[in-house]
Each structure stands twice: as structure tokens, then as C-alpha cells.
Design a protein. Structure first.
Length: 149
């Protein structure tokens, strides 16, 4: 799918639209992305800072979608596990970036070539406009080549 169409579509996806999550940049080759979350009355927690679920959700599908784009429909690519460490309260605009390198893609392809499952951890830092870390997020992907492909 064209990266511009995908970016617009995911920004209209109700879980992102209503949480205030916005994919601001996606490279044409799906190797880099930037996601922002603006603090709004409907995504604040009880003490007026970013709701932790929104901080986690802003990182949720992107590693899986970027890897799937490169490995194609010949592979299963699923989120297996995730964890978040809240470092400091998030206020205002927070963002995170994703960079998928060729070495990681090669390792996933090679590891899954014979049908074996591959588990790989990715990490993101959610930062505020001052560059201070608000949260650290880790996502584990499950990758396996589909039988007969």
C-alpha cells in the first residue's frame, strides 16, 4: 500500500483518532515512522497527564506493520508481548520514532526461512518536546514463514 494512503488511513482509524494518536511521518519504504500524541481533555488521566494506555497504544502496531510490509504475506508477523516503563509524567506533545534496519530484516528472514519461529524485541522511547524520556516501550514480534511458501 502506498505509504501516504496508509498514513492517512491509520490516522482515521477510530482507536487512534479518538486517542489523539497521529502518524506524522512514514517513509515510502516503510523503514521509518514518527508518531505523536497531543494531550487533550479526552486522553488525560485522573491527574491531568497522558493516559498510560494511550502512550502504549501509540507504539502498538508499527513494528508489526513495518516488518510485515517487508516480509510480505509469506510470513506470519504478530505481536507476541509488550511492556512499558513509565519514566516521568507526559504533558503536551509526546512522540516516538521507529527505524527498521536491513540487518534486522535479514536476521528475521534468515531465522524464519525454514519455518522456525523467531521472537525479536524492539524498543522505543516516548519523549516530550524537550527530548526527555516519558516512557520506554518494548514490543516482541513473532515471525514465522508460512508453510509451503
Amino acid at each position: 500500500m502506498d505509504h501516504r494512503l496508509f498514513r492517512h488511513g491509520i490516522n482515521l482509524w477510530p482507536p487512534f483518532l479518538f486517542a489523539g494518536i497521529h502518524l506524522t511521518r512514514l517513509s515510502a519504504d516503510y523503514t521509518q515512522a514518527r508518531v505523536e500524541l497531543r494531550l487533550r481533555p479526552w486522553n488525560r488521566n485522573y491527574v491531568g497527564t497522558h493516559f498510560g494506555g494511550s502512550l502504549f497504544a501509540m507504539t502498538d502496531p508499527f513494528w508489526m506493520l513495518m516488518v510485515l510490509h517487508h516480509l510480505g504475506r509469506d510470513h506470519y508477523v504478530w505481536d507476541k508481548a509488550g511492556e512499558i516503563e513509565f519514566v516521568k509524567p507526559g504533558r503536551g506533545v509526546v512522540w516516538t520514532g521507529f527505524t527498521l534496519d536491513a540487518a534486522t530484516l535479514d536476521a528475521l528472514r534468515t531465522g524464519a526461512a525454514n519455518g522456525a519461529k523467531v521472537l525479536h524485541w524492539f524498543q522505543n522511547e516516548v519523549v516530550d518536546t524537550d527530548g526527555e524520556v516519558v516512557a520506554r516501550v518494548r514490543k516482541q514480534l513473532y515471525v514465522r514463514r508460512k508453510p509451503g511458501r
